[in-house]
Design a protein around this ligand. Structure first.
Ligand code: HEM
Length: 490
């Protein structure tokens, strides 16, 4: 009787699933056949754009350059994309309430990020934002972060590069920066040291599971219809099966760390988890909050550093100007000075901004319109439309940055030798407005520390200087094949 019942149940389940899949396939084919018929949608659907462009961001940049308003529509994706700073300000500040992250994305990232700050709107976001800004804004946590970074640089990063310089081996700098920033953000968020930059140790299970989970979650957003990944999830197939396993591993490891921290006591600890434990009892919520920080602070910094060193390899004049500034400000000392002394490095600060203008770690970001609206450039936005601002394309627009927009010129950020902040809606690399990145200052200090430490001690040459970076799709920009370099100690 029991086996008959389970047979009936399975048959019903599979019939429903089959019907569901056929239905999604039908919708997909109808879209494919009829779409809106415009040239852009056809190029998207038959991937003909890829004959001319290495990655989709370059194709969008090309379309946006041609658009008179600086706004385009990819109808088949229901996506309106803009590089117009006035539109960006409208979305991120003036009509902030009308442009939440929205359900479609919170569903895509929900399994990994849960109710963490990155993935929520409304009251839950407000609560976490307030709590996190208080913590991240405090001097004590900034000093704590600075000390962590200093230790990781002195005890791991420098010795690692020295050993490669002695052996003359090729090193993948992107991989090194990913390991480096993972160690830092884990120490900062959980108070644990995964030791990823110690190449003799096996790579941490958390790093592997976290990588798989964020990559596969990002791939969900690439399917033409969410029905495709939802059907795979329902059937526990392929990438969705892998994603489920990776998230289970992240959950188990996070749970272990939370339990450990509770047992050891959190009152006098500086890491974020301990700080949040004072206010929050719910372990699942704590897990979600801290996992968002791992995502925020790991790949972004590694991505920013990787493209920065690639650009320096193409611009020896900028590298020399940074070294001159370091000599001027720091004298012969090779030590990383105080947190405060980092503020004196105006040219380096400008060079990092300029590098992320051309290669923003988060290449684009989308919101979903709650109600019908009209953007400042006259574009009508229907409720439910995905609206994307595109820092990667914006950095390449003459109309935004002038005729030298494609060139790497740190001086554009300086006035009388001092760094001057640009309008954040023209440079939304850290987002802007009410949800502006909370880790911006910390990230810039960390990147400056790495630049100072490496440029004072090493000459870093790209193994293949001709090849321009090609990106792989993901939540943050990652260079396909990494960044192989040869290191020489000065
Ligand atoms: C170069 C490094 C970084 C870049 C380019 C960057 C960029 C961004 C961007 C574009 C967003 C908006 C994302 C979205 O809404 O989907 C964001 C949000 C955020 N970032 Fe960063 N970030 C960096 C480093 C960091 C670091 C190191 C931390 C923390 C330790 C951090 C913490 C956050 C948080 C908490 C948010 C969410 C803010 C909110 O929703 O209110 N970021 N960041």
């Amino acid at each position: 009787m029991e086996s008959e019942l389970s047979f009936i149940f399975c048959s019903i389940f599979f019939s429903f699933t089959l019907l569901f899949c056929l239905f999604s396939l039908m919708i997909f084919l109808l879209r494919l056949k009829f779409g809106c018929g415009c040239e852009i949608c056809r190029a998207f659907l038959n991937s003909s754009w890829s004959k001319e462009f290495d990655n989709i961001c370059d194709w969008y940049t090309h379309l946006l350059r041609k658009s008179t308003t600086g706004t385009i529509h990819i109808h088949v994706l229901g996506n309106t994309i803009t590089v117009n700073p006035a539109n960006v300000e409208h979305i991120l500040k003036t009509r902030f309430d009308n442009y939440p992250k929205g359900k479609p994305f919170s569903v895509i990232l929900g399994d990994l990020l849960g109710k963490g700050i990155f993935n929520v709107d409304g009251d839950s976001w407000k609560f976490q934002r307030k709590m996190a800004s208080l913590e991240l804004g405090s001097v004590s946590i900034r000093l704590y972060a600075f000390e962590l970074v200093k230790v990781e640089i002195q005890t791991r990063l420098i010795p690692l590069l020295s050993s490669f310089s002695r052996n003359g081996d090729v090193l993948d700098l992107q991989d090194v920066f990913r390991r480096f920033s993972f160690d830092n953000i884990c120490k900062f968020s959980f108070g644990i040291d995964p030791g990823c930059l110690n190449l003799s140790l096996p790579i941490s299970k958390l790093a592997v599971a976290f990588d798989v989970a964020s990559k596969l979650s990002a791939e969900r957003a690439l399917t033409v219809s969410p029905i495709v990944w939802k059907a795979k999830k329902l059937l526990n197939l392929g990438s969705e099966k892998q994603l489920k396993e990776a998230i289970k591993m992240v959950d188990q490891l996070a749970e272990g760390m939370i339990n450990h921290r509770r047992k050891m006591g959190f009152a006098n600890k500086n890491d974020l988890l301990s700080r949040f434990m004072g206010t929050i009892d719910d372990d699942k919520y704590l897990r979600d909050i801290v996992i968002s920080f791992l995502l925020a602070g790991r790949d972004t910094i590694a991505s920013g550093l990787t493209s920065f060193f690639w650009l320096l390899s193409q611009h020896s004049e900028v590298e020399s100007a940074i070294r001159d500034e370091l000599d001027r400000v720091m004298g012969p000392s090779q030590e990383l000075e105080s947190f405060e002394s980092m503020r004196e490095l105006h040219y380096l600060h400008a060079a990092l901004h300029e590098s992320m203008r051309l290669f923003p770690p988060v290449q684009f970001d989308s919101k979903f319109a709650e109600k019908d609206d009209v953007l400042p450039d006259g574009t009508f936005v229907k409720s439910g439309t995905r609206v994307t601002y595109h820092p990667y394309a914006m950095g390449r627009m003459e109309r935004v940055w002038g005729s030298d927009s494609l060139e790497f010129i740190p001086d554009r950020w300086l006035q009388n030798g001092r760094f001057v902040q640009e309008n954040p809606f023209k440079y939304p690399v850290f987002q802007a407005g009410l949800r502006v990145c909370l880790g911006k200052e910390m990230a810039l200090v960390e990147m400056k520390c790495v630049a100072v430490a490496l440029l004072r001690r090493f000459n870093i040459r790209i193994a293949d200087p001709v090849q321009a970076p090609r990106f792989v799709p993901g939540l943050t920009a990652t260079i396909k094949g990494g960044l192989p370099v040869i290191v020489e100690e000065n």
